[in-house]
Write a protein that binds this ligand. Structure first.
Ligand SMILES: *Cc1c(COP(=O)(O)O)cnc(C)c1O
Length: 393
C-alpha cells in the first residue's frame, strides 16, 4: 500500500449515540464467519493477489492490521473525528504527532502542570532535536496567548482536567488563541475520556489519549491514540505512524477496543462514585480541602460544566494532618490500592508529592505535600467510603 493510504474507516462515520458508536463503529461482523468482535489478526504480512494486489489495502502489519483498523475507526467515531490512530503508548502517540507537525526551530506551548511524561518528552527529548517549549497555565487564556511565538509556535498543548490538581482549561477559547497564531490546538483528553468531553467538537485539531487509562479501563494494557479532523494532517500522521513504527500489536488493540465498548457505563459509575467520595471527604474533619471540578467552589467549575458531560473519576484532597497524615492515609487504605496510573475499574490512591510528581519537587510544578490523589473506581461505593473513613483514622 502507498504511504499515504490506509484501509478505509468507513464505519467510523456510523451515526448514533455515544454508546452505539463505541460498540459498533469501526467494524462490521466478519463477512466469512459473522464474528461479531474483531478477530485478533496475529499476522505480520498478507498474501497479495499478484504483485501489488492487496486485499483491503493490507500489506504489512506495521502499516495496518485489521484488529488495529477496527480500534482506530471506533476511536475516530467516539471522538467525532475524521481519522483515529493507535500507538504503542500515549507517549508514542505524542512523539509521532510532534514529528508529524514540527521541525527544528519550531515551538510548542505546554501546560505548566502537564503530565510528567509529556513534560519530560519535550524537555529531554524533543528539545534536543531543536523543538522549543514554553510552559503556561491552562487556566489563563492571556498567559497562553503571551507564551505563543508568532510564526514559530506550531502546537498549543492542553490538558483538561490536569493532573493532580484538576485545573480546567477552556478548550473553545484556547482553540481560538491557537488558530489566531496559525497553530494547532492539541488536547490530551486522557483524564476526561471521550465520553465526558469531545475536544474536536469544541474546535481542537488533535486529541491525544493514553488509552492505558479510561479507554482501556482495566489496567491490563498500555496504549495511546491520536484523533484528528483534518485529512491533510491525517495523511501526515499516517505517514509518520508507519515510518516511525511505534504501533500496538493486535492483542493490545483487541484489549483496548474491548475496553472502549464499555466506556460509557464505566464512566457513569466512576462519576457516581467520585461524587459520593467528594461529598464524604468534604464533611470529614481529617480533610481540609477537596479538589474536584464538580464542586461549585472549584475555580474551573463553570468552564467544566460547559465542556464536560460530568466531572470524572479523579479526586484530590489535602489532609488536615499534613504530609504525615497524607502518607498514612495512602498506606492504611485497602480497597483503594496504593499505586500510580489511573482510570481502571479498581480504585487507586497515591501521594503525588512522593510518587507521580516526585520529579517536579523544588520547581514551580511542585504539588502540596499534604495532597492525596484518588482514581475512584467502580467498586461498591459503600466499601470505598468505609475504606477512606478507616484510612483517615
Ligand atoms: C499516562 C498519561 C500519558 C502517557 O501515556 P502512556 O500510555 O503512559 O505512555 C499522557 N497523558 C496523560 C494525561 C496521562 O495520564
Amino acid at each position: 500500500m502507498s504511504d499515504q493510504t490506509q484501509p478505509s474507516h468507513r464505519e467510523s462515520h456510523l451515526k448514533g449515540g455515544f454508546e452505539t458508536r463505541a460498540i459498533h463503529a469501526g467494524y462490521e461482523p466478519d463477512p466469512t464467519t459473522g464474528a461479531v468482535i474483531p478477530p485478533i489478526y496475529a499476522t505480520s504480512t498478507y498474501k497479495q493477489d499478484g504483485v501489488g494486489g492487496l486485499r483491503g489495502g493490507y500489506e504489512y502489519s506495521r502499516s495496518a492490521n485489521p484488529t488495529r483498523t477496527a480500534l482506530e475507526g471506533a476511536l475516530a467515531s467516539v471522538e467525532e473525528g475524521e481519522r483515529g490512530f493507535a500507538f504503542a503508548s500515549g507517549l508514542a502517540a505524542e512523539d509521532t504527532l510532534v514529528r508529524a507537525t514540527c521541525r527544528p526551530g519550531d515551538h510548542v506551548v505546554l501546560p505548566n502542570d502537564a503530565y510528567g511524561g509529556t513534560f519530560r518528552l519535550f524537555d529531554k527529548v524533543e528539545q534536543a532535536w531543536g523543538i522549543e517549549h514554553t510552559p503556561a497555565p491552562v487556566t489563563d487564556v492571556d498567559a497562553v496567548r503571551a507564551a505563543i511565538r508568532p510564526g514559530q509556535t506550531r502546537l498549543v498543548w492542553l490538558e483538561t482536567p490536569t493532573n493532580p490538581l484538576l485545573n480546567i482549561g477552556d478548550i473553545e477559547a484556547l482553540a481560538a488563541v491557537a488558530h489566531d497564531a496559525g497553530a494547532l490546538l492539541v488536547v490530551d483528553n486522557t483524564f476526561a475520556s471521550p465520553y465526558l468531553q469531545q475536544p474536536l467538537v469544541l474546535g481542537a485539531d488533535v486529541v491525544v489519549h493514553s488509552t492505558t487509562k479510561y479507554v482501556g479501563g482495566h489496567s491490563d494494557v498500555v496504549g495511546g491514540a491520536l484523533v484528528v479532523r483534518d485529512l491533510d494532517l491525517a495523511d501526515k500522521v499516517t505517514f509518520h505512524q508507519n515510518a516511525i513504527g511505534a504501533v500496538p500489536g493486535p492483542f493490545d488493540c483487541f484489549l483496548t477496543h474491548r475496553g472502549l465498548k464499555t466506556l460509557g457505563v464505566r464512566m457513569d459509575r466512576h462519576c457516581d462514585n467520585a461524587e459520593a467520595v467528594v461529598e464524604f471527604l468534604a464533611g470529614h474533619p481529617g480533610v481540609v480541602e477537596v479538589i474536584y471540578p464538580g464542586l461549585p467552589e472549584h475555580p474551573g467549575h463553570a468552564i467544566a460544566s460547559r465542556q464536560m458531560k460530568r466531572y470524572g473519576g479523579m479526586v484530590a484532597f489535602r489532609a488536615a494532618g499534613g504530609e504525615a497524615q497524607a502518607l498514612a492515609v495512602c498506606e492504611r487504605a485497602e480497597v483503594f490500592t496504593l499505586g500510580e496510573s489511573l482510570g481502571g475499574v479498581e480504585s487507586l490512591i497515591e501521594h503525588p508529592g512522593r510518587m507521580t510528581h516526585a520529579s517536579v519537587a523544588g520547581t514551580e510544578l511542585e504539588v502540596p505535600a499534604d495532597l492525596v490523589r484518588l482514581s475512584v473506581g467502580i467498586e461498591t461505593v459503600d466499601d470505598l467510603l468505609a475504606d477512606l473513613d478507616r484510612a483517615l483514622g
